[in-house]
Design a protein around this ligand. Structure first.
Ligand SMILES: O=C(O)CCC(=O)C(=O)O
Ligand SMILES: [Fe+2]
Length: 282
């Protein structure tokens, strides 16, 4: 039996077919969703930050890998990735069980230096203290946008297609994974349950990806969005981003301020928004 491959779409695809493939195979690639100008702008905005970002402190983070977080203020163009309509539509169709909303989990650029070994294969939803989620629950969608060409040699993210419905205890050998090869401007999406990891960089150039993850509104975010951006920085952002950061309630009475107000009321003069909808069982 031949091993499954990562489904691939071109930029003119739609959320329905991408979402279906993501749920069926645990990962999808959308090629060239960003144009060259956007990639150039992202790279130019990030350049000064890469230079001052230290390498990771442990093998999982990558001892030759620089992770720069909090991108929405450091790299304003990253807002176009975070709030990309196609990606948000796919995430909205995929995360489950969701009655209310989903939110941003983290933003970071991941620059894997030449000679860096492969990252340990893992499932991103292990961040929830290794809670064994039921197999039909999808709490997290991860995305990695390629800012350099992702080749096997340069350290393309490695993914095990169809691994998302196997039990967490099922461990995979690196030979069972395949590289998410894709040209600059493309994005790979995978579920929190999908086995994957950063590839070994055997080239002489840095491999740069922008990692943007989304999570259900009732879970804690991996990167603390409330402490990453000041209230004044959030007030200056578009409403969609404010909501994605977690300033709308994650569910009824989840994350309120002042006895029941939506945190959105702290961002503008409009104090009318209350908690999320009404408290009715599903
Ligand atoms: O850099 C990559 O390609 C993947 C990184 C990753 O999976 C992680 O850090 O959780
Ligand atoms: Fe990961």
């Amino acid at each position: 039996m031949s091993s499954p491959t990562i489904p691939r779409f071109s930029h003119d695809t739609n959320a329905e077919e991408v979402g279906a493939a993501l749920r069926d195979h645990g990962a999808v690639i959308i090629e060239r969703l960003l144009d060259t100008d956007t990639c150039d702008r992202l790279a130019a905005e990030l350049q000064p930050w890469w230079e001052t970002t230290p390498n990771g402190a442990d093998p999982f983070s990558g001892l030759s890998t620089r992770r720069t977080g909090g991108l929405l203020t450091k790299c304003p163009t990253s807002a176009e990735l975070v709030a990309h309509p196609l990606v948000l539509d796919v995430v909205d169709r995929t995360l489950w069980p969701k009655k209310t909303t989903f939110q941003l989990h983290l933003t970071q650029s991941i620059a894997i230096g030449p000679g860096s070994p492969a990252q340990m294969l893992h499932r991103d939803h292990w961040c929830f203290d290794f809670f064994p989620f039921p197999r039909d629950v999808d709490v997290e969608v991860s995305t990695i946008w390629a800012l350099t060409d992702f080749t096997e040699e340069s350290g393309a993210t490695r993914v095990v297609p169809d691994s998302h419905r196997t039990p967490d205890e099922r461990r995979y050998d690196p030979s069972e994974s395949q590289p998410a090869t894709m040209p600059r401007g493309s994005v790979v999406l995978y579920l929190g349950s999908t086995v994957h990891g950063g590839g070994a960089n055997q080239s002489d150039a840095v491999r740069i990806g922008i990692n943007v993850d989304y999570v259900l509104g009732w879970l804690r975010q991996e990167e603390n969005q409330y402490l990453t951006y000041s209230l004044d920085e959030v007030r200056a952002m578009p409403e969609r981003l404010q909501r994605l950061l977690g300033y709308e309630p994650g569910a009824y009475a989840l994350g309120y301020v002042d006895g029941g107000r939506s945190p959105m009321t702290m961002l503008s003069d409009d104090t009318s928004e209350v908690g999320a909808q009404s408290f009715e069982p599903r």
